[in-house]
Design a protein around this ligand. Structure first.
Ligand SMILES: Nc1ncnc2c1ncn2[C@@H]1O[C@H](COP(=O)(O)OP(=O)(O)OP(=O)(O)O)[C@@H](O)[C@H]1O
Ligand SMILES: [Mg+2]
Length: 540
């Protein structure tokens, strides 16, 4: 691996990289830097947590002249939290160089953003809806933009941001560099690439499996009504440092975080119906460790980088395999190990198999943790806390009473009682969650079957299926707004690295094109979505 000093970077950028503690470039950085610095368009794919942000951030920052006073770089992300996070990282990387960057996202006071824009940032990191608001108000002009990055490009397309992105990119001069990054590049990304990129170079550092290698993946088969008990036992048994629990719907997330709190866990929920202040507060608490379980919809699935996340738990299976890859990728980042658990109801086993095929990774089946394992896990943590106190605590004030107690009682008895108190008994609160429908996989063949593209079964994801239809109709709480009719996703598989690999993206255009029209009900030209939702076009 190369060190950053081996690239053609200016000293101030190198200094910022060193300050961030990066020593060697990750493979995606090593491969992207020369291409991105050369000004060529590119598509970059690499596993979750492998430094894609810096892979586009470093060259982007390098190329901006210090004295620039106009917006010359635009980074788009699918969610607000990600815009904030990417802006932070860009801010850190450009600190010594003295560039100005600004996140622009829905839910934040627009006046504040306008004040920020008056400081003439060179780099804008935004979500599409709010960006369009500013463009319409003429508070943002894109006439001088030279570099555009779509982070989580496939998600941007999938969420139905296509029209917004088109409108935005129409306003950026043709003479520009455009880069797409994501850990997953389903075939339909080709559509986006064809429209917006010029002779893009493909960088793909996806080895055999698309999910990150340092994540231990397991599933538990559990009926819907036992999921909550399974979750609390699992948390007790595993005692995660920080955990993210994914639920399918906003209602699910609300019910689950409340239920966890009732049981005495330090948990909170994140989803798109909360106010931005609430969302910010929850993220802050999770980042600083004042809560240790974040319960979230897929709004937290993409890009979020919180150090210390040791566990991801799919309380509900995600709708599609990409989402699985991104969700579990919240752990096992930057060379650290992580553990991912998924709860699968008996009717969802097929869906799990689909995820395994697409991700080319076998997920190990594990039994439901027993009560004894849960108790043992809790006792272990209590013992650790106790020993930590023995070694580091200021205990003098307690020694007198300890000696007295030891004169009267057996030491084992005493210590057991203290441990029992510390461990805390599970409150037997009655937890009732509204059941969710199982996720279904629909198979189909015919012209949409990826095999018809001549691919060998093991060339793609090995499969006996061709595309699948999600079950996204609103109903039970609306995964992404219920505006995704089944079938809107095109066939998977042509681009999960591995066999097909030399970095190339080999999309199956028939597939992508044939269903392009039904991705989302399109708004009539010019019609904006309601302001309140302006950049949460998807409902998670
Ligand atoms: N060269 C490096 N050396 C050490 N750590 C790094 C390096 N590059 C990035 N990191 C750190 O790795 C973590 C993951 O980076 P980043 O969020 O960019 O990953 P990503 O590839 O974009 O993941 P995702 O697909 O989930 O968005 C961050 O904490 C980042 O600071
Ligand atoms: Mg990222």
């Amino acid at each position: 691996m190369k060190t950053f000093a081996e690239f053609d970077l200016e000293p101030k950028v190198l200094q910022a990289i060193t300050e961030l503690g990066f020593e060697e470039a990750t493979p995606i950085q090593e491969q992207s830097l020369p291409i991105a610095l050369s000004g060529s368009d590119m598509i970059g794919q690499a596993q979750t947590g492998t430094g894609k942000t810096a892979a586009f951030g470093i060259p982007l920052i390098t190329k901006i002249p210090r004295e620039e006073e106009k917006i010359v770089a635009l980074i788009m992300t699918p969610t607000r939290e990600l815009a904030i996070q990417v802006a932070e990282e860009i801010g850190k990387l450009s600190r010594f160089k003295g560039l100005r960057s600004l996140p622009i996202y829905g839910g934040q006071d627009i006046g504040r953003q306008i004040r920020g824009l008056k400081k003439k940032p060179q780099i804008i990191i935004g979500t599409p809806g709010r960006l369009l608001d500013h463009i319409n108000r003429k508070t943002i002009r894109l006439d001088d933009v030279k570099t555009v990055v779509l982070d989580e490009a496939d998600e941007m397309l999938d969420m139905g941001f296509m029209e917004d992105i088109q409108s935005i990119l129409k306003l950026v001069p043709e003479e520009r560099q455009t880069m797409l990054f994501s850990a997953t590049m389903p075939p339909n990304i080709q559509r986006l690439a064809q429209q917006f990129l010029k002779n893009p170079q493909h960088v793909s550092v996806i080895p055999k499996q698309v999910s990150a290698p340092l994540i231990d993946q397991a599933y538990i088969e559990v009926p819907e009504r036992q999921k909550f008990e399974a979750l609390s036992r699992l948390i007790d048994m595993e005692s995660p440092d920080l955990a993210i629990v994914f639920g399918r719907t906003k209602r699910r997330v609300d019910e689950l975080s409340e239920a966890l709190q009732k049981r005495g866990y330090s948990a909170d929920g994140l989803h798109g119906d909360l106010s931005q202040n609430q969302r910010d507060a929850v993220m802050r608490k999770f980042r600083d460790g004042s809560i240790d379980v974040l319960v979230a919809t897929d709004v937290a699935a993409r890009g979020l980088d919180v150090s210390g996340v040791s566990h991801v738990i799919n309380f509900d299976l995600p709708q599609d395999p990409e989402s699985y890859v991104h969700r579990i990728g919240r752990t096992g980042r930057a060379g650290k190990e992580g553990t991912a658990w998924s709860f699968v109801t008996p009717r969802e086993i097929d869906h799990l198999r689909l995820i395994e095929r697409v991700t080319r990774h076998r997920i190990t089946r594990k039994p439901l943790p027993t009560m004894a394992e849960a108790i043992e896990g809790k006792q272990r943590i209590t013992a650790e806390r106790l020993l930590d106190m023995v070694e580091n605590g200021e205990l003098n004030e307690y020694k007198g009473i300890a000696i007295q107690l030891l004169e009267q009682y057996d030491s084992v008895q005493l210590l057991s009682a203290a441990m029992k108190l510390l461990t805390g008994e599970k409150k037997d609160s009655d937890i009732q969650l509204t059941p969710e429908e199982p996720i279904r996989v629909k198979r189909r063949g015919g012209k949409n079957d990826i095999r018809s593209s001549g691919r060998k079964p093991n060339g793609g994801y090995g499969g006996s299926r061709g595309g699948y239809s999600g079950n996204r109709e609103g109903g039970s709480g609306g995964y992404r707004g219920g505006n995704r009719e089944g079938g809107s996703r095109s066939g998977y598989g042509s681009n999960y690295g591995g066999g097909s690999s030399s970095g190339g993206y080999k999309g199956n255009r028939d597939n992508a094109g044939s269903r392009s029209g039904d991705r989302k009900p399109s708004r009539p030209a010019g019609e904006r979505r309601p302001a309140a939702k302006s950049d949460d076009s998807y409902d998670i």
